[in-house]
Design a protein around this ligand. Structure first.
Ligand code: ADP
Ligand code: MG
Ligand code: MG
Length: 252
């Protein structure tokens, strides 16, 4: 599904990713954890195709095709969902209208018929029910005045409607409360399927109390320094990231 091989990337002239490799198979949930400044969000931004990052070596394959050659919209149409690709806030643009445009743009790019408003409404109702959400957020402006928790709920709702093959979620270090984390976790759990993979980037061990990942990675100093099962997250919970420092700079 997603195969990252020996990825090196710079911001400005500083190397942030230093040989990162990651292999995500269909249906798997991978957690990428790590200390602040390790390069987690950089990884997410590169997958999203954000400007300002230069890949200097290595490759990323999605579904057997080179991801880095695709524009952000092409990545979305191919089935990659990147939460942060969707506008943070667009005041005055109705959330439902926006989402329908995004979905139809993707369907069009794939050569599929666009959904009319009745069909879209049916899809929306179905997803609201799967996620146990009410329709409060639908009629507001996109993320307009949303709380952190509401933004997260909306992100998961967008994910549900767009039905990607691969979803990459960066739960930034910006103080999400436990309710917001739970919404992310419930959403991921409800939307797991044998054909859909998730990469959940998080600084928080506690998110993984609610999402049971198949694989846990520790990203430190621009590389994956440790990979394991869910027990790795528990180890981090007990010992923090300090013991990882030894692997980045032995004896330092
Ligand atoms: P994490 O998400 O793991 O906390 P980031 O990927 O946000 O780490 O950042 C990794 C390093 O790259 C940090 O030292 C950060 O300051 C630097 N960095 C990331 N993005 C930029 C940018 N756009 N401009 C300058 N430095 C950046
Ligand atoms: Mg950070
Ligand atoms: Mg980050």
């Amino acid at each position: 599904m997603l195969k990252i091989d020996n990825l090196h990337a710079t911001v400005g002239d500083r190397e942030i990713l230093k040989g990162l490799s990651l292999d995500v198979r269909p249906g798997q949930v991978h957690a990428v954890m790590g200390p602040n400044g390790a390069g987690k969000s950089t990884l997410g931004n590169i997958l999203a195709g954000r400007d300002g990052y230069e890949v200097t070596a290595g490759s990323i394959e999605f579904d057997g095709k080179p991801l880095l050659e695709l524009e952000p919209e092409e990545r979305a149409a191919a089935g990659v969902f990147l939460a942060f690709q969707y506008p943070v806030e667009i005041p005055g643009v109705n959330n439902t209208y926006f989402l329908r445009s995004a979905l139809n743009a993707q369907r069009k790019a794939r050569g599929e018929a666009e959904l009319d408003s009745m069909q879209f409404l049916k899809l929306v109702r179905e997803k609201l029910s799967v996620l146990h959400l009410d329709d409060k957020l639908l009629h507001r402006g996109v993320n307009e005045g949303f709380s952190g928790g509401e933004k997260k709920r909306n992100e998961i709702f967008q994910l549900a409607v767009l039905e990607p093959k691969l979803a990459i979620l960066d739960e930034t270090d910006s103080g999400l409360d436990i309710d917001a984390l739970k919404h992310v976790a419930d959403g991921v759990n409800a939307l797991r399927s044998p054909e859909r993979s998730f990469v959940v980037i998080t600084h928080y061990q506690r998110l993984l109390d609610y999402i049971k990942p198949d694989v846990v990675h520790v990203l430190a100093d621009g590389r994956i320094v440790e990979t394991g099962g869910p027990e790795l997250a528990l180890e981090l919970e007990q010992h923090g990231y300090a013991w990882i420092a030894d692997r980045v700079a032995p004896g330092a």
